[in-house]
Design a protein around this ligand. Structure first.
Ligand SMILES: *Cc1c(COP(=O)(O)O)cnc(C)c1O
Length: 493
């Protein structure tokens, strides 16, 4: 399948090329030329396990990848999850379900794509005949960095460099990254917030100087952020698996519509849900849940995207984002796939920090989406209330989603099954979760994890305990203007 750029001046002849490049040459994002229809596969999907579902969904886009090889890659990636189940559903109330996406190697939903991306990229580069080394640049708000490092460590012909905001991630997230093992990895803190990291990385992608310097060192760049279609595509699969699990368990009938509530930052996760809907999955509303950085909530309500605003550091740091990259893919669809309008809007965003969509587009948007946000007090109250009521411990990101689900359900009176996407283990944010549930302050993340475990009678995950004994390998901190230089010197090593 061919991939086109949201800015219209570039394309990729197939998925392999789109995945290997990451970002289109014109600065736009690659989108599939059409949305394949999954309607004819519903009976098959009812019988499939997670890896088979993922392979089937991916194969509709990755038409040049060998199906059997892709299936074994999916099986191997998803065997790395607890009990071999990447996306178990837990029922916590009438018509209310939590889709737990955090049972992978780094305890966040990013693992679902990043355990598979190394295969998609390696194979993609081979299919494109690329002989150079691949250098993957990652900007992270906390979880992508670790999941990508773990996925790509010691991969042949691939190096990976991660940029994270110096004080924009949780203690556990930072420790996870800075203790990373592997001889092809590098991790640096950037002074600033996630948007600074993301902008620095995107500028390197679109810099001819960077490409030239790296070419001299036999390197080409790629991305493991959700701007890369290879990162986005595996995320479509769990919307399907959740739906067909509900049907198999007799919770809904085939054809019933359901809602998904998604804690949103860079708009990658929820966009995968929108793609699933466009592929024929019976989805009613996609609910976009934000924290105090509520730029998306306002966009969905009045059609103006305005990133020129105060930035808040919250207890859900992976959603502390003002420029949601993947929204460009949605805006492209809303405009009727008008690349000129999309380019113009993205140029305005870069220059003025804002752009508008039309009333007609806003009306289209409202058919598929509902959006709201949750502040810090509400987030804490939801963690403690949900634990009291259901005995279930939410991480702060998932708590934002549960809070917004409540406002959505009281506003819409929807009788559909509603699925919350749970994106991280609460132990990655142990201090804040402990405080929310018990009112106790504990600064040490491991002691907080231990106390949380005693309070909730749930064991601390091994991946957290292991961190305690690992030594810190990376402690560099740079200005964002130094990013390119640090990339070139890493490429030389
Ligand atoms: C990345 C992340 C999010 C936001 O997902 P997007 O795809 O960026 O919208 C939410 N919660 C957690 C825990 C995350 O790691």
């Amino acid at each position: 399948m061919k991939f086109i750029s949201t800015r219209g001046k570039s394309f990729a002849k197939n998925a392999a090329e789109a995945i290997t490049k990451g970002l289109a040459d014109d600065g736009g994002l690659f989108v599939p030329e059409i949305f394949p229809d999954m309607g004819g596969e519903f009976e098959n999907l009812l019988e499939m396990d997670y890896a088979e579902t993922a392979c089937l969904v991916l194969s509709k886009f990755l038409t040049e990848y060998d199906y059997d090889q892709l299936l074994s890659a999916c099986k191997s990636a998803y065997s790395k999850f607890e009990n071999g189940e990447p996306a178990p559903l837990v029922k916590t109330g009438e018509n209310f379900y939590i889709l737990e996406l955090f049972h992978g190697p780094t305890l966040a939903f990013k693992d679902i794509a990043l355990t598979l991306l190394p295969y998609l990229l390696r194979k993609g580069a081979d299919l494109c005949g690329i002989k150079d080394n691949i250098l993957i640049l990652v900007a992270t708000s906390g979880d992508t960095g670790k999941a990508a490092l773990e996925g790509f460590k010691n991969a042949d012909g691939i190096k990976i460099m991660v940029f994270y905001p110096s004080d924009g991630v949780s203690d556990m997230q930072k420790l996870q990254m800075c203790t990373q093992e592997g001889d092809n990895v590098n991790v640096v803190a950037v002074k600033g917030n996630f948007d600074d990291c993301q902008t620095a990385v995107k500028n390197i992608f679109s810099s001819a100087e960077a490409a030239g310097e790296l070419k001299k060192r036999n390197c080409v760049l790629s991305s493991a952020n959700s701007i890369n279609f290879g990162r986005l595509a595996p995320q479509i699969a769990y919307y399907f698996s959740a739906y067909f699990d509900l049907v198999s368990n007799g919770e809904i009938k085939l054809g019933d519509k359901i809602n998904f509530v998604v804690p949103t930052g860079n708009f990658g996760n929820i966009l995968a849900g929108y793609y699933a809907k466009r592929m024929g999955l019976p989805v009613d509303k996609l609910v976009c849940a934000s924290n105090s950085n509520n730029v998306l909530t306002e966009f969905f309500s009045d059609g103006e995207y305005n990133a020129d605003r105060e930035f808040y550091k919250t207890m859900s740091p992976s959603m502390d984002i003002l420029i949601s990259s993947n929204l460009e893919r949605l805006v492209f669809e809303l405009s009727g796939r008008d690349a000129d309008i999309t380019s113009k809007r993205m140029a305005e965003l870069k220059k003025e920090g804002r752009y508008n969509i039309s009333q007609k587009e806003l009306n289209i948007l409202e058919k598929d989406f509902f959006a709201d946000y949750c502040d810090e007090d509400e987030c804490r109250a939801t963690i403690s209330g949900f634990f009291e009521e259901c005995g279930y411990v939410l991480d702060p990101h998932t708590s934002v989603a549960v809070d917004v689900a409540d406002s959505f359900l009281s506003y819409s009176d929807s009788k559909n099954a509603t699925v919350i996407l749970s994106t991280a283990s609460p132990y990655k944010f142990s201090q804040n979760v402990l405080y929310s549930i018990t009112g106790k302050n504990e600064r040490d993340p491991f002691k907080a994890a231990d106390k949380l475990s005693k309070e909730t009678a749930e064991p601390v995950p091994d991946k957290i305990l292991e961190l305690k004994n690992k030594s810190v390998r990376f402690n560099g901190i740079i200005e964002k203007s130094e990013a390119l230089r640090s990339v070139i010197s890493f490429a030389e090593k």
